[in-house]
Design a protein around this ligand. Structure first.
Ligand code: MN
Ligand code: MN
Ligand code: MN
Length: 276
């Protein structure tokens, strides 16, 4: 049985509709899929209908941005109640924060000679939540930079003209939102924040102290040695373990639905907290 507990649709920065995501998961042998768009549950209803049709289990999820020290970390909520007032207020809060940040980025880019940046990025975001990747895409689309990387290097990255600092809510607050909606809080992809191992352990400790439940020990294709290391870190703290592809778009083979290592037997799987 394959549990893929981290995936995105075009309601955030994924490419597929919820329906297409569910169909792709089914075709890839996934039995239990969590949809975890960034700071939104807008795709959950449609995904749920599609999952019933496809005969797979759907877990309502969300991936919240949170602050840890100077950087952002991601906390996934699994099994959240979409109708929870606390969750809905949290989503609204994040939405307003993102909007304010996008406005500020748009103004900075305008001053840097791209007056159409905000409208252009909004058009590219479509159904999705407007974010920095859309500004990057816009700059590429008008030929201001060669590619997304260059857009961050020249304009959007740290210390560049359109770098707008934003403090995300702290982990205990985000974990509280997830718990208030009846969900399980999972620290997403701890190896992807470019931390030293010591810092990564400190992050997991802070997460556990803030009331977190599980850590994603597998995020897409990754070396076995990393999986083993994360399992040791998680087990030493009696946390649960989660796994998922972090699927966004079909051509990124290292983040394909259902395509990742099997969670070993010596962990407490997070789905035990979700009724499986
Ligand atoms: Mn993403
Ligand atoms: Mn993430
Ligand atoms: Mn993600």
């Amino acid at each position: 049985m394959i549990f893929d507990l981290h995936s995105h649709t075009y309601f955030s920065d994924g490419a597929l509709s919820p329906e297409a995501l569910v169909e792709r998961a089914k075709a890839r042998g996934v039995s239990v899929l969590a949809i975890t768009d960034h700071d939104t549950i807008a795709g959950v209803g449609l995904a749920h209908k599609a999952a019933v049709k496809a005969g797979i289990e759907l877990i309502a999820g969300i991936e919240f941005s949170s602050q840890w020290g100077k950087g952002g970390v991601h906390i996934v909520g699994l099994g959240v109640d979409p109708d929870s007032p606390g969750l809905q207020a949290a989503i609204k809060f994040q939405e307003l924060a993102r909007e304010a940040r996008s406005q500020a980025i748009g103004e900075r880019l305008s001053r840097a000679g791209f007056p159409g940046a905000l409208a252009g990025a909004q058009a590219l975001a479509g159904e999705g939540t407007l974010g920095r990747p859309h500004f990057a895409q816009y700059l590429v689309s008008i030929g201001a930079v060669k590619n997304i990387n260059a857009a961050f290097k020249k304009y959007l990255g740290t210390g560049k003209p359109a770098d707008v600092k934003y403090q995300w809510p702290l982990m205990d607050e985000v974990i509280g939102w997830i718990h208030s909606a009846g969900g399980v809080a999972v620290l997403a992809h701890p190896a992807k924040y470019e931390l030293t191992r010591m810092k990564m352990c400190a992050l997991v400790d802070s997460f556990a102290a803030a009331g977190g439940d599980a850590v994603e020990v597998i995020s897409g294709l990754q070396p076995m040695s990393l999986t083993q290391d994360l399992i040791n870190i998680v087990n030493a703290r009696s946390l649960y373990a989660s796994c998922g592809s972090d699927f966004h778009v079909p051509d990124q083979t290292w983040q394909e639905l259902g395509s990742f290592g099997v969670l070993p037997d010596n962990v407490k799987p997070v789905w035990n907290l979700l009724g499986f």
